[in-house]
Design a protein around this ligand. Structure first.
Ligand code: PEP
Ligand code: MN
Length: 421
């Protein structure tokens, strides 16, 4: 039977289809090889049969309306729910509170892509009937993250309305293709998060794979980008990237996920405000009835009550002005506290530097060397100027800064000298 895959009923698959859509992806590839070669042939050659360069393969993605808008909310698309569905009770509690407040789309992770093994990896298929109960009891549509064809089959089998592709999955074309192949022929809505790296083509490529599998209700979620440095954000927003993405795909719904950008509760509202001021169509926010004890992402989840008060503030007149105001000035507090930390580290580094300079002074003194060696100073300054320019710091600034620092070192070494004389 073609509408059963791996023993699972897949009613969305077209039994009569000559494309053998119900077979698993390996078998399908073998059976559709000639079809597939035709498609690829058309894609990589123009009408004269000449190969197109990769850069000429412009994406053509004409999405259909997603039907996610909430007519009763000031922000068109509002999606909320826990990072993870942890138990039936927790899932139903959050869902009821959100539905009571007017939310019409519920999110819950059931297969969690954890960066390190050993942390909570989600409840898996056990949680799918809970989401069915959410739908039946509250009328909300349900969204889950899928990362494999198995996830996709199971989610569709259980009547999930919206699938989202997580950031780590979007970064992997093989995984995206596997999902696209698995859901071909289904009538599901798919939201694609940006890949963890700021690569618009990779993001677009994931959309194209789904689009070519016949998925027309496609939307994008901006959740920020990984970094390995100092930042108040868990994932850098790099707002230019979603702005450019929108330019390339003007008709596509773009939703912001301030929870995964912020990584901490108090930054969620300012990130959401910024996104709305830039014209995002909606927000995707993690909420939990007991955020501090959540099994995943506890620092960034908020109670449904806090979520609604954030929505009220975001929807206030002028709320989309991009101005930071009232209790949303957390962003500036956060950035200032980051500056305070950096300055503390700068002062500690300066102290360490002066201690080393003093040691050098002791050595120079024991060899009757003068504190100032012009050739060393010019060598030092040139190397710092070069490094500064590589890092993007202004030459005048680096020159002035090291003149001061060096002057202080020479002064210290002169003191060592006079102490010893
Ligand atoms: C999530 O939304 O719970 C999630 C894991 O997201 P991301 O793929 O953005 O990390
Ligand atoms: Mn999460």
């Amino acid at each position: 039977m073609r509408n059963r895959v791996n023993g699972v009923d897949c009613p969305w698959l077209n039994e009569g289809s000559s494309k053998a859509t119900g077979l698993n992806s390996m078998v399908r590839e073998a059976m559709c090889l000639s079809d597939w070669q035709n498609v690829v042939g058309q894609l990589i050659t123009d009408s004269n049969g000449t190969k197109k360069a990769d850069k000429d393969m412009e994406p053509i993605i004409e999405t259909e309306p997603l039907g996610l808008d909430n007519p009763s909310a000031a922000i068109p698309v509002v999606i909320s729910g826990p990072c993870s569905a942890e138990s039936e009770d927790q899932t139903m509690r959050v869902a009821r509170e959100l539905a009571d407040g007017g939310v019409n789309i519920f999110r819950a992770g059931i297969w969690k892509p954890r960066t390190r093994p050993g942390s909570f990896e989600g409840m898996g298929v056990t949680a799918l009937p809970w989401l069915r109960s959410v739908k039946e009891e509250t009328g909300m549509k349900c969204a889950v993250e899928v990362a494999t064809s198995y996830h996709a089959y199971e989610a569709l089998k259980h009547g999930i309305d919206i699938l989202w592709i997580g950031a780590r999955t979007t970064a992997n074309p093989f995984a995206v293709q596997e999902i696209a192949t698995a859901i071909e022929g289904s009538d599901v809505t798919v939201l694609v998060k940006n890949p963890v790296n700021p690569d618009i083509d990779l993001w677009t490529g994931a959309m194209e794979r789904l689009y070519r599998a016949g998925i027309k209700r496609l939307g994008a979620i901006h959740r920020g980008f990984s970094h390995n440095g100092r930042s108040p954000y868990r994932n850098m927003p790099l707002w230019d990237i979603p702005i450019e993405f929108r330019k390339r795909h003007p008709g596509m719904v773009m939703i912001n996920d301030p929870s995964h950008i912020a990584g901490k509760r108090k930054l969620v509202a300012p990130v959401a405000r910024k996104a709305l001021s830039l014209g995002f169509d909606g927000i995707f926010v993690e909420s939990h009835c007991d955020p501090d004890n959540a099994l995943s992402d506890s620092g960034q989840q908020m109670t449904p009550a806090d979520f609604f008060s954030m929505l009220d503030r975001l929807s206030e007149k002028g709320g989309n002005s991009g101005e930071l105001s009232g209790s949303d000035d957390n962003m500036i507090d956060e950035l200032r506290s980051e500056i305070d930390n950096i300055d503390g580290e700068l002062l500690t580094a300066l102290l360490e530097r002066m201690e080393v300079a003093r040691e050098i002074g002791v050595y120079k003194n024991s060899r009757s060397m003068p504190p100032l060696q012009p050739s060393r100073w010019s060598e030092l300054l040139n190397s710092r100027l070069e490094k500064g320019s590589r890092l993007g710091l202004r030459k005048e600034f680096v020159e002035m800064l090291f003149s001061f620092i060096h002057k202080e070192s020479v002064k210290l070494q002169s003191e060592v000298r006079s102490d010893r004389v």
